[in-house]
Design a protein around this ligand. Structure first.
Ligand SMILES: C[S@@+](CC[C@H](N)C(=O)[O-])C[C@H]1O[C@@H](n2cnc3c(N)ncnc32)[C@H](O)[C@@H]1O
Length: 299
């Protein structure tokens, strides 16, 4: 099967023209999203809405109005949808054809939206062709540091000098906290998974239980900006996304739009977002970095 190109904008070219083959290390990721888990609903319900709201405010803080945004790992288009509403032109790239198809089914009619199957490590996008890159997902699944650096370097290559790269990671301590919040930690099989997560950052789920995620990498807070710097970007800030609230499941009701407590919960995340001693508390971390003006294009 060749790379599927959905509603591709002429401004974007396919760089990866070889036949698209799922490598062995990608197989669990395809299985997780294609059969076991509906990514499309994750941010639309429960405490997923806390992540969505915080990502929105962090992205809006750094991305200027009505620019070209590349949404790498954009999945089914949950972020693309509001980015379009904000006036941006959005090109979505995702590893999974099923995700790109769903994004295209929902947003393909929009004149400022295009989508392509592609890999964050070899983006099918020309040099210096976008104003902002979102890397909200691919770094979760790249267990080798060299692959993560390749994704950062690709973001650097495709963004204009002075442009912004916003990358999200899953925190090293997430499975420990989630195991407590959801009671999975009482299961010895889950404790064994957590022990490896804490020791190495490499999360593997031999049980196949979709609640326990798939092959992934969980960053220590200091690792994410260090990767950005090593790739040649200049770090603006690293923040925790959700704070404590993500681990307190009954707070989900406060995220309903008409609940006055919504702002209290969001503010509890905001006030500690850059507190160094608490960066490991949030489920997700975001590093915002820029391509230095005059930086050479990566080879
Ligand atoms: C947890 S989802 C995140 C989706 C969305 N960006 C968000 O923040 O909610 C991770 C997404 O990254 C995609 N992905 C994983 N590895 C990738 C890679 N190497 N290149 C591009 N996309 C990748 C997956 O297919 C999936 O759609």
């Amino acid at each position: 099967m060749t790379v599927l190109v959905v509603a591709i904008n002429n401004a974007f070219v396919r760089r990866r023209s070889a036949p698209y083959v799922v490598s062995m290390d990608e197989a669990p990721i395809h299985h997780h999203y294609d059969t076991a888990y509906d990514e499309d609903q994750r941010l639309r319900q429960g405490l997923g809405r806390l992540e969505l709201a915080r990502v929105q405010e962090i992205v809006r803080r750094h991305v200027p109005p009505a620019v070209r945004v590349l949404d790498v790992g954009g999945a089914t288009g949950v972020h693309a949808e509001w980015l379009l509403d904000d006036g941006h032109t959005v090109h979505l790239v995702d590893l999974l054809p099923s995700h790109v198809s769903r994004a295209d089914a929902r947003l393909g009619g929009h004149e400022r939206f295009t989508a392509t199957v592609g890999d964050a490590r070899a983006l099918p996008v020309p040099d210096a062709s976008v104003d902002a890159v979102l890397l909200l997902g691919p770094l979760y699944h790249l267990t080798d540091r060299a692959d993560r650096l390749a994704a950062w370097r690709e973001a650097l290559r495709v963004v204009v000098p002075g442009g912004v790269v916003i990358a999200m990671a899953i925190n090293r301590f997430t499975s420990l906290f989630d195991g407590l919040a959801q009671s999975a930690l009482f299961d010895p099989a889950f404790r064994a998974i957590v022990a490896q997560d804490l020791a190495t950052g490499v999360h593997e789920n031999p049980t196949g239980d979709p609640r326990w995620f798939t092959t992934a990498y969980f960053h220590r807070p200091e690792e994410l900006p260090a990767e950005a710097t090593e790739a040649g970007l200049v770090v603006r800030e690293t923040v925790g996304v959700e704070g404590m609230a993500h681990w307190i499941k009954p707070l989900a009701s406060a995220l309903d739009d008409d609940d006055d407590r919504r702002e209290v919960v969001l503010d509890a995340a905001r006030v500690i977002e850059a507190e160094p001693t608490l960066l490991g508390l949030s489920s997700h971390l975001i590093t915002v970095a820029t391509r230095p003006s005059g930086a050479p294009t990566a080879p």
